[in-house]
Structure formats: structure tokens, C-alpha cells
Design a protein around this ligand. Structure first.
Ligand code: ZN
Length: 233
């Protein structure tokens, strides 16, 4: 059997992004997704809730509006296929893990060619239990299918600044655990604008991008048993 590639994103030509809410793919993973799609990788997304219980923009049909916002953002980022599931926003952690994993595996389909999963770091980045549940589902599916799971992560130095400035419980990692990526922010910022109900007046994602400039970080949450080790760049 041919060994699977190691932690080098360029080695994969298909990614399945696993998120909890419409907008996670933009404020969090947007620059990374746009970079992957821009170099020709197929990027699909499964979003496990409709985000219908957000306190921001709450009102009638928020779930419907957020699905439309997600479609707009996906187009801007170059995402090929978007699947939205109907699990309860705010209560994803209460859903049976096997159901969430089944949703991820359904979206994954039968992988042809080098495929990887992409999600949020453990800890949920912002400490949101829905984010953590989505990550657990991605890691379980990755283990089950023996596919690598890459996670968007933030450095502890950035997390500390955001905790201090906004009181949001950001979870960061030591630099030594992180793979650094150079990114372009244009598509991410345009995709973020699609999420008018959530992000237009929210200073936190904007501040994070300001602190990080053209750099994002990844962690490897699962690597296939037979992966080739590649040096970190
Ligand atoms: Zn979220």
C-alpha cells in the first residue's frame, strides 16, 4: 500500500471542511480554504447546524438567512459543495457522536485520491462547545477512514491578546505545535461580508486577522498510521 502523505497540505487534492455553524468557514478557516481552492484543490464543506439560535441577528427565519449567507460565502471562497445538517445550534454536544460522524462520512463519500479533513482546533478556538463537538466528529471520522485531520489553530500569544481585549475564552497553542501557512486575506474578508447577520459589527474576527496579518496556523489532530513524515516549513 502506498504510504499516505504527511502534514503537507499541498499533497492533498480534496478537503472536507467540518464546521458547526455558518460563518465558521469564513471568520476561521476562510483564508486557508481560499488558498487551497485557489491552487486547484476540491474543497467541500459540511456544516452541522443552521446557526438558528445565534443571539446575533436573532429573528424569524435566522436559520434560512444563515444558509443563504453560507452559500454566498462558499462561492467567494471557492468551496465546491456545501452540505448543511439540521442538528440543534447551541446543543451540538448533546447529539450522539455516531450521528455526527455519520454526517461527516456521508459528506466525505468514497475518497478518490489524497483526501484530508479540515476543522477547528480542539478547544473550539473560542471555547464554544458546538465547535468542540464538530472537531470531535471530524477526528473520529478521520480515525475511522484513516485520513489526516488538519485543524485551524491560533497561537497562544494571539489567544492571550484576544482574551484580554474581549473577554472571549480563546484557546491558543504554543508555536512549537503549529504549522505556519502564508495566506491572502482578500477572499476571507469578502466571504465574511456575506455573513451580514453575524459578523458585520463583530470586532473580534477583524482584530484576530489584524493581529495575525498574512499568517494562519494549523495543527495535525490525526495523521494516518502510514503517513510519510515531511519536514515542517
Ligand atoms: Zn461557530
Amino acid at each position: 500500500m502506498k504510504p499516505a502523505p504527511g502534514p503537507d497540505l499541498d499533497a492533498y487534492d480534496r478537503f472536507l471542511v467540518v464546521c458547526a455553524h455558518p460563518d465558521d468557514e469564513s471568520f476561521g478557516l476562510g483564508a486557508i480554504i481560499a488558498g487551497l481552492a485557489g491552487r486547484g484543490a476540491d474543497v467541500d464543506l459540511v456544516c452541522l447546524t443552521r446557526g438558528e439560535h445565534s443571539t446575533l441577528g436573532a429573528g424569524d427565519d435566522l436559520g434560512l438567512r444563515r444558509a443563504e449567507e453560507l452559500a454566498c460565502a462558499a462561492k467567494v471562497l471557492g468551496i465546491r459543495e456545501v452540505g448543511i445538517r439540521d442538528h440543534p445550534d447551541g446543543d451540538l454536544a448533546a447529539v450522539a457522536m455516531e450521528d455526527l460522524v455519520a454526517d461527516v462520512e456521508l459528506a466525505l463519500g468514497e475518497p478518490v485520491g489524497p483526501t484530508a479533513l479540515l476543522t477547528f482546533d480542539t478547544g473550539g478556538i473560542t471555547g464554544h462547545p458546538d465547535h468542540e463537538a464538530a472537531t470531535r466528529a471530524a477526528v473520529a471520522a478521520g480515525r475511522h477512514q484513516d485520513l489526516p485531520v488538519f485543524a485551524w489553530a491560533i497561537a497562544e500569544s494571539v489567544a492571550r491578546r484576544l482574551r484580554d481585549e474581549f473577554g472571549v475564552p480563546f484557546v491558543g497553542r504554543p508555536e512549537g505545535e503549529l504549522i505556519e501557512l502564508r495566506v491572502d486575506r482578500d477572499a476571507q474578508l469578502a466571504a465574511t461580508d456575506c455573513h451580514g447577520s453575524q459578523l458585520l459589527d463583530n470586532p473580534v474576527p477583524r482584530r484576530r486577522v489584524e493581529l495575525q496579518g498574512g499568517v494562519e496556523h494549523l495543527r495535525v489532530l490525526h495523521r494516518p498510521a502510514n503517513a510519510i513524515e515531511t519536514p515542517r516549513r
